[in-house]
Design a protein around this ligand. Structure first.
Ligand SMILES: Nc1ncnc2c1ncn2[C@@H]1O[C@H](COP(=O)(O)OP(=O)(O)OP(=O)(O)O)[C@@H](O)[C@H]1O
Length: 205
């Protein structure tokens, strides 16, 4: 299961940010989105994940194939690391949390309340959550924020294993992930030319 995006125009706060974006994400492949701050990468990811509607164009995919991980980790602070993963596994009808624990080296943290983890440990838990969903299409916004070099390498290996299983990934990042097999999509050329405001008055507020 992959994604097909055709001629997509997207807006944020009534302002068009990107237009005419087209790409295909096939099973077993990863695409890295690049572009300067504020160009519209988050907006594009949210639109592709079905969290907001496009202005025009199409996103073809099975919505049940997608898992989106944005800036907030979605971690339950009072639950332990293992309980967080069990919770998410249950939500997605899965049972295996051991693969996720091993992939992000969380073994020594499993009984710790998630609220007490460091920023990087929380991020590792947030990423481990992807593995317990069993979903094939990962849509990730800045997944490596707060991660040290070792954890970035863990993440890259988790993505690689996911691709080997026939999964796919669409990732917005400013850093070098160490995933040379990923296709890099520069979104700069898709910047909306006339950043049209849908509601005229809004432009002056
Ligand atoms: N409520 C809003 N009203 C108007 N513009 C907004 C609103 N929210 C965000 N924007 C603008 O929309 C544009 C696209 O934002 P987006 O978060 O998609 O960019 P990005 O490429 O992900 O940036 P970064 O690399 O900094 O994460 C930005 O210029 C931002 O300032």
């Amino acid at each position: 299961m992959g994604l097909n995006v055709s001629n997509l125009t997207i807006a944020r706060g009534g302002v068009r940010v990107l237009e005419g974006v087209s790409f295909t994400l096939d099973p077993g492949h990863a695409i890295v989105l690049r572009g300067p701050n504020g160009i519209g990468k988050t907006t594009l990811l949210r639109t592709v994940a079905g969290l907001q509607p496009p202005v025009s164009g199409r996103v073809e995919t099975d919505p049940d194939s997608i898992v989106y991980a944005g800036h907030s980790d979605g971690i339950k602070a009072t639950l332990s690391v293992a309980e967080n993963l069990q919770f998410w596994a249950q939500v997605f009808g899965e049972t295996d949390i051991e693969t996720a624990i091993a992939a992000f080296q969380l073994e020594r943290l499993v009984t710790r309340p998630a609220g007490g983890l460091s920023a990087g440990q929380k991020r590792r838990l947030g990423l481990a959550r992807l593995l317990v969903t069993g979903r094939p299409v990962w849509i990730l916004d800045e997944p490596t924020v707060s991660l040290d070099a070792e954890a970035v390498a863990m993440f890259a290996e988790a993505v690689r294993a996911h691709l080997r299983r026939g999964g796919s990934a669409l990732i917005a990042t400013h850093i070098e992930l160490g995933l040379p097999e990923a296709y890099v999509l520069e979104v700069g050329p898709y910047r909306a030319v006339a950043a049209e405001v849908d509601d005229f008055d809004e432009a002056f507020l």
